[in-house]
Structure formats: structure tokens, C-alpha cells
Design a protein around this ligand. Structure first.
Ligand SMILES: [Zn+2]
Length: 435
């Protein structure tokens, strides 16, 4: 069914993609967030809302607005999406990554699924409400943030720390990454609602040794010690830990695919999940991937110190235990420095809000079955959860069965199906009206 919102979402999504909001993580090169925030603020004020544009530093802008509900004494619902995107190299793409081109029934471009699609959906829905005078059952707070792709410091984290009053009364939130379909058969699609996400623990490890001349016999070389430790960590597989969310997901998937899943040995079952196996495979254990190396300053000088960065992702409740296991793998001689840490999140797949998600999906897709899952990455939810908000990943999207959705995130030829986007608008509208 076509509505003003399902029509408008297409242009909103294309417009947002055309604003290059690349976030490299380097403050000097981040561009476009302010322009995107101004675009969003204009779209909100055009229909009578009173958005606030907040800059954490020049150019790093986010937008927040509140839509008063019929019963403001109820807890408010936060609907959030980030405006920044990861870099894209145009030479690798079939279309220009900032063109927002429509081709083969998809909108193409960086941010098409991560996550200007959802930004456009929420804009389309509330603009329609405002134009028709619809009042939601409870307050809705909309937040469009900067800097999610580089850790949220200049976006969600800034808003939560410096402007917590904007989120006054918010009890629940929806944002990325969830609500997308995984096709089991013609009449069964699992919609993956994110109820948990892993924690982030970026570490720098340092090895020290005796500096010296590169021509001598030398048995206390920091580079050698570091290289050995890094190789051990990179090859190590931490033990399988099945958390309540992953257990619930595996049970649902087992039933849907009619396969036997041994919760104590879930790897075999996950391997059968096709494109989402990569996403799910990382949620049954803590992981530690070496990502950077740094040592030396001259070809014939043995440096006294060598360092590596390790990107560790921890399951809910596993942080302390994981650190102990990591030290065992690294060995006792390395110094560990914490450079960025955000806790894991996990909430139950129950309650009225979850029921509203399942019902809204079912109304638009009779073959829909909502299931909980854990995201291996991190999102702005980590910041909003600090305010005591119960966070879900629910950005509804119906996908063609053969689309490798997880590969599109930060991938080449990122694109979103036009019909899927319009489906998302209808589901989001229904869900918000029932929330
Ligand atoms: Zn994202």
C-alpha cells in the first residue's frame, strides 16, 4: 500500500545519502555531519516540530526533538539513528557511493543500510503524523547523531553526558541493527530483533626489551616478543559461551530450519545459516583480533619497545573473566593499556514493546516471525543505555531472500531495496502507534 510516507521515504533516503557524512575517525577529515543535521532539522521544523541542533565541536552536529504523546506520564520512547557513514572508495563501486542512485529496485550508496535508511523512515513517519495531526500514545524522542562510526564520542556519548535532559523520561529505545528479515522459506521469514550487543575493549599491548644494534646477537628483542604474543592471540579461540539471547536465537532458528541444535556445540548449526553465519558466529565467544602494529624507527636499530592494538569484543558478563584469559594467552611480560571500553548490553525479549514489534511485522508480512539476536558490533545504544534506557535494534526492513545483508554493512555497493524500505515505513508507523 502506498502512503505519503512510503512515497516520501525514497527521496529522504536519497537526499541523505547524497550528503557525504564520511567519518574517518580523524576529526580533521570528518565532513558533512553538520549539513546532514541541518537537513534533518529542516525536515522536522517544516512540519511544526522544534528540533535542537547540538554541536559537540564545530561540524559534529546531532539533532534531537520530542513529539509529545497523548499520555506524557508514560515513559518516552527514543527512536535514534546516526547520520555519519564509514568511508567509501568510489573506484570500487558500481555506482558513485554518494549518488543515491536508484537501479534494479534498490537505492544505492554509502549509508543505504547503515543507517540513512532508518533515518529516512523515521522522518517520513513523523512528517506524515505532523501533517495529519496524529498524536502518538506516548512521548517520542527522535535523535539523529554524529560520530557513531568512530565510537560515538562526538555524538550519542556527548548528548548523554552533556544534555541528558533531552532524554528525560525515556524508558525504551529503538535503533540499529535489527528488524531485518532472514528468509527461511516462502512463508517464513525470521526478523532479527537486536536485544543484546557485545562489549568493546580496545587494548594496546606493549612489549619491552633491551634496545641494541641490529647486527648483534640479541635475545631480548621487544619486536620478537610482541610478534609472538600477537600471533598467539590472533590464532586463539576463546571458549564458547552461550548467553540467554544466543540460546533463544538458536532455539528459534533450530525450530524454523528444523535442525537439531546442541546449545553446547552451536558452531555446527551456525555454519548452516548462510550469510548471517558471520554475524552470529562472533556472538558465541569473546574475540580478540590484532589490528595494528607499531615498533621501531630505523632498519638497523632494535627498539626497546613494541606495541600492538587488539580489538577485543566481550559477551555480556564476561569482561573480567575474558581479561584473565587474555593475559594467559599474551603471557605475563606484556603491559596492557586500555584505550576504549564500552560494556556489553543484554535485555530480555519480552514485554509490551516486543509484542508491538512482532504484531507490526506480522500485520505487514504474514510470514514474519520476530526472534531475538545479539549483535557482535557496538552501536549508539551503548551510550543511551547509560541513562537506564532499555535498548533494542529494530529498524524494520524486508529483504530479498538472496541478498547478503551483512556484507552490505561498510561494504562495497551498499544498497537498500526500495520495497523493503517502504515496508519498513509501514511497520515502523504501526509499531510506533501501538507502542
Ligand atoms: Zn550503523
Amino acid at each position: 500500500m502506498r502512503t505519503p510516507a512510503t512515497d516520501e521515504v525514497i527521496d529522504l533516503c536519497r537526499d541523505l545519502i547524497r550528503i557525504d557524512t564520511t567519518n574517518t575517525g580523524d576529526l580533521a577529515t570528518s565532513a558533512g555531519e553538520r549539513a546532514a543535521a541541518e537537513y534533518v532539522a529542516t525536515k522536522l521544523s517544516e512540519v511544526g516540530l522544534d528540533p535542537q541542533l547540538l554541536e559537540s565541536r564545530p561540524g559534529r552536529a546531532s539533532v534531537v526533538t520530542r513529539i509529545p504523546g497523548a499520555d506524557s506520564s508514560r515513559g518516552a520512547l527514543l527512536v535514534h539513528g546516526h547520520l555519519d557513514v564509514v568511508p567509501a572508495d568510489a573506484s570500487e563501486w558500481s555506482v558513485h557511493p554518494f549518488s543515491g542512485e536508484i537501479k534494479d529496485d534498490f537505492i544505492w550508496g554509502r549509508g543505504a543500510v547503515d543507517m540513512k535508511d532508518f533515518d529516512a523512515m523515521s522522518l517520513a513517519v513523523v512528517r506524515d503524523w505532523q501533517r495529519t495531526g496524529y498524536v502518538p500514545p506516548r512521548d517520542i524522542v527522535l535523535a539523529y547523531t554524529a560520530d557513531e562510526e568512530a565510537g560515538s564520542d562526538w555524538g550519542a556519548k556527548f548528548l548523554v553526558e552533556e544534555h541528558p535532559d533531552l532524554f528525560e523520561g525515556c524508558t525504551e529505545a529503538i535503533g540499529e541493527v535489527g528488524g531485518f528479515s532472514y528468509t527461511v522459506s516462502n512463508d517464513l521469514r525470521l526478523y532479527m530483533v537486536q536485544t543484546a550487543e557485545k562489549g568493546i575493549d580496545w587494548l594496546r599491548v606493549h612489549a619491552t626489551g633491551r634496545p641494541g644494534h641490529g647486527s648483534f646477537v640479541h635475545d631480548d628483542n621487544a619486536v620478537t616478543a610482541l610478534a609472538e604474543a600477537v600471533a598467539r592471540v590472533g590464532r586463539h579461540r576463546f571458549p564458547v559461551v552461550v548467553t540467554p539471547t544466543v540460546r533463544a536465537f538458536l532455539e528459534e532458528v533450530g525450530e524454523a530450519l528444523q535442525i537439531e541444535i546442541d546449545p553446547n556445540d552451536p558452531e555446527a548449526a551456525i555454519a548452516k545459516l548462510g550469510p548471517i553465519a558471520t554475524m552470529i558466529g562472533a556472538t558465541i565467544r569473546n574475540t580478540a583480533n590484532p589490528t595494528r602494529l607499531n615498533a621501531g624507527y630505523k632498519d638497523n636499530v632494535i627498539p626497546g619497545r613494541a606495541s600492538a592494538t587488539i580489538d577485543c569484543r566481550t559477551l555480556p558478563g564476561q569482561f573480567e573473566l575474558f581479561r584473565e584469559q587474555l593475559v594467559e594467552v599474551l603471557g605475563p611480560d606484556l603491559e596492557i593499556e586500555s584505550i576504549h571500553r564500552q560494556p556489553a548490553l543484554e535485555t530480555g525479549f519480552d514485554g509490551a514493546l516486543v509484542d508491538a514489534m512482532a504484531l507490526a511485522l506480522k500485520a505487514e508480512d504474514p510470514g514474519a516471525h520476530a526472534v531475538p539476536y545479539m549483535l557482535s558490533g557496538g552501536t549508539d545504544a551503548k551510550s543511551f543505555a547509560r541513562l537506564g534506557i532499555r535498548c533494542f535494534g529494530f529498524a524494520p526492513l524486508r529483504l530479498p531472500p538472496d541478498l547478503n545483508f551483512s556484507a552490505l554493512f561498510h561494504g562495497i555497493d551498499e544498497r537498500v531495496p526500495v520495497e523493503g524500505l517502504q515496508f519498513g515505513v509501514r511497520v515502523l508507523d504501526r509499531f510506533l502507534r501501538q507502542s
